[in-house]
Design a protein. Structure first.
Length: 367
């Protein structure tokens, strides 16, 4: 079980002035929004309607001196809350809930919501995901005036990743990021592509030559099913003294290759991928490369398909960023339940069953 997330919201500062028009406590507005998000209500009118229908239940847990806030009030207040403080709530909660990340795999990736990256009203979030626990550790928004690379240092600062293994796509394969990871005492596996053209050519030529001449130890995995056959072959070389730029990549101990051969209904495909890593163990390397895709199918896919995140059309102030944080907190709460139901069914049950909802929100033991 995770810690109860509600006390962590106490650090959020209420942006409203203390006037007679301030009718609803901030903690009540946050609690209603979190519960509604968890239960599958993702627009302000449906959030208000849900709270009205569940008003007796809400009165058991929060102060409602003037009843349920209107959808306009909910929208206005959540949109004015500091989005950086919201990101801190998520990371503080997960730091306390998962205090030991030694030898654990953290996958980092970016995700755009509300349209394409080029859309003015879309936002891009860079997220750290604990693959074994299937939990979002932290998330930070990318400034429209910069890019995802610039957001990584702030994201890494939110996490105590000592002893963990961090994997990232090629866009984050940067010398400064390697340095920060080593400073935080974490290992890394970074995808290498042609954005580092000379390094890519040197590494790919060397590894392919060694791989094809069977001079490297190889770990092979085979998957069959539904008319598909996939073979993945992993190789790692610690012979990197010849790399001219080796000293610039702090912590670099090996270069890796993954050959993926896929046959679907008689059609064959082959792909080679390359990596820079501080790992020297081939089995661990293969586990991290394979595990990196968990952030795609256990976070990105769930948020888009089950939570409908990409269809979110809340544009005012910090609404989109703060609602994204609510969804990630809700996803973590739902992932922590061990009842063999899907995330979709857990949301439905939480909406219909107050006791079930209460157990998830307050992280009580299920009987």
């Amino acid at each position: 079980m995770l810690n109860n997330p509600l006390p962590y919201f106490e650090a959020i500062i209420d942006p409203r002035r203390a006037t007679k028009n301030k009718l609803h406590p901030l903690e009540s507005i946050i609690f209603i929004t979190l519960c509604a998000t968890l239960c599958g209500y993702d627009d302000w009118v449906s959030i208000e309607d849900f709270a009205q229908e569940q008003q007796d239940w809400f009165k058991q847990h929060i102060d409602l001196p003037h009843g349920i806030p209107s959808h306009d009030t909910l929208s206005d207040v959540i949109g004015r809350l500091n989005k950086v403080a919201f990101s801190q709530v998520l990371s503080d909660w997960m730091t306390d809930s998962l205090p030991e990340l030694k030898d654990k795999h953290i996958a980092i990736d970016g995700k755009t919501t509300g349209g394409k990256i080029s859309d003015e009203k879309s936002i891009t979030l860079v997220t750290a995901f604990a693959t074994q626990a299937r939990l979002v550790l932290a998330s930070t928004e990318v400034d429209k005036k910069t890019n995802e690379i610039k957001a990584i240092p702030a994201l890494l600062d939110l996490i105590d990743m000592k002893g963990s293994i961090v994997s990232m796509d090629a866009i984050y394969c940067q010398k400064d990021i390697c340095r920060q990871l080593v400073d935080k005492k974490a290992d890394y596996v970074l995808s290498l592509k042609k954005n580092h053209s000379t390094l890519y050519e040197d590494v790919s030529l060397y590894l392919e030559t060694k791989f094809n001449s069977q001079q490297l130890e190889i770990k092979e995995e085979i998957e069959k099913g539904h008319g598909r056959l996939e073979v993945r072959r992993y190789a790692l070389s610690t012979d990197i003294d010849w790399l001219e730029s080796k000293e610039n990549w702090i912590g670099l101990k090996a270069i890796g290759l993954v050959e993926s051969s896929r046959e679907i209904n008689g059609k064959q495909e082959k792909q080679l991928r390359y990596y820079l890593t501080s790992l020297t163990d081939l089995t661990k390397f293969s586990e991290v490369v394979r595990g990196h895709w968990c952030i795609e199918n256990q976070q990105h896919w769930v948020l888009d398909v089950i939570f409908g995140e990409d269809n979110c059309r809340s544009y005012i102030n910090n609404q989109r960023s703060n609602l994204a944080a609510f969804r990630r907190i809700s996803l973590n709460l739902l992932q922590s339940v061990d009842d063999k139901l899907s995330i979709k069914r857990r949301r439905i049950r939480a909406a219909m069953n107050p006791s079930y909802r209460e157990n998830i929100i307050f992280q009580k033991q299920f009987s």
